[in-house]
Design a protein around this ligand. Structure first.
Ligand code: AMP
Ligand code: MG
Length: 278
């Protein structure tokens, strides 16, 4: 009998997100299948991945209790590009990008620290759309790329967000929606694929117990996102990939490099499944 993070709901029946009343289609269960050599493998549960790494206003030394506002919303959409004869997905490739700066409204002036960290300037955010407007542009991107139904707003394929740690959606997005006075967008879904956590699992760096301890530490000091720990450059090194491309803490560059990590994990045969509830 196979297991899956979403296996409590019977296959083929839609999972209902009771918080938002949205019907979110379950990906197929990752049942073991056999490849051409008779070796068992798990089918990939998702067809599409939305890699996201937001940037936000910040102050030097500011932690997660600071009311950061999102100022960059960059996403790389990835889909499977290769499947072998036994149905094993082997290559994941970027197919589209969405990038928008966002105008902060609660504290519109960027600190010098924020600009030097992220490279984002006042002249980039001043003319940018507000956060609710960016969300609407992004929803249309999801419709245009066949992820959401334009009429019902329901997902049309099994997709998941993929982020470096849980913070982008669980902390930054939640905080921003509260500051903007809007509900969480229904298309986010109830869980996320934390790429950093998946990498640890796939490389066997962490026992499940050590992983839980690490999570508890990160959650208690709220510094996970800012701690050097398993930074994106470090993840690339661990996977023996080329070094970080672009500028660290530039949202679109961070996102593209996380996408490279995810593609490598896929190439190595890791099951790309959601591993963190929101
Ligand atoms: P990152 O994805 O690591 O670039 O970080 C996302 C956001 O977290 C940044 O845009 C900042 O708002 C915040 N952040 C990251 N590093 C720091 C830091 N050292 N001090 C304060 N805020 C930070
Ligand atoms: Mg970043």
């Amino acid at each position: 009998m196979s297991t899956s993070t979403l296996s409590l709901t019977p296959p083929d029946s839609p999972a209902v997100d009771h918080h938002r009343g949205l019907t979110f289609p379950l990906p197929p269960l990752a049942d073991p299948s056999k490849d051409s050599e008779g070796k068992l493998f798990r089918r990939q549960p998702f067809d599409a991945f939305l890699v996201l790494d937001v940037e936000a206003t910040c102050e030097e030394g500011g932690g997660f209790d600071w009311p950061n506002e999102i100022i960059e919303w960059p996403v790389v959409l990835m889909k499977w590009s290769e499947m072998d004869s036994s149905g094993r997905m082997s290559a994941l490739a970027p197919v589209a990008e969405f990038r928008s700066f966002v105008r902060p409204t609660w504290a519109p002036q960027l600190s010098p620290f924020c600009t030097s960290l992220t490279g984002i300037t006042q002249s980039q955010v001043d003319p940018a759309p507000s956060f609710p407007e960016v969300l609407e542009h992004f929803r249309l991107f999801l419709v245009d790329h066949g992820l959401l139904d334009s009429g019902t707003g329901e997902p049309r394929v099994a997709y998941t967000f993929a982020t470096d740690g849980p913070w982008d959606l669980r902390d930054f997005l939640v905080k921003q929606c509260w500051l903007s006075g809007i509900p969480l967008p229904p298309w986010v879904g109830p869980a996320v694929l934390d790429v950093r956590k998946l990498l640890r699992r796939c490389l066997g760096c962490d026992s499940a117990k050590r992983e839980r301890e690490r999570e508890a530490e990160r959650d208690s000091d709220g510094a996970g996102k800012h701690s050097p720990g398993l930074s994106i450059p470090c993840q690339l090194r661990k996977l023996r990939l080329d070094p970080f491309e672009g500028r660290q803490h530039c949202g679109i560059d961070d996102t593209r490099n996380i996408a490279r990590v995810l593609a490598e994990l896929a190439r190595r045969g890791c099951t790309l499944e959601q591993n963190t509830a929101l």
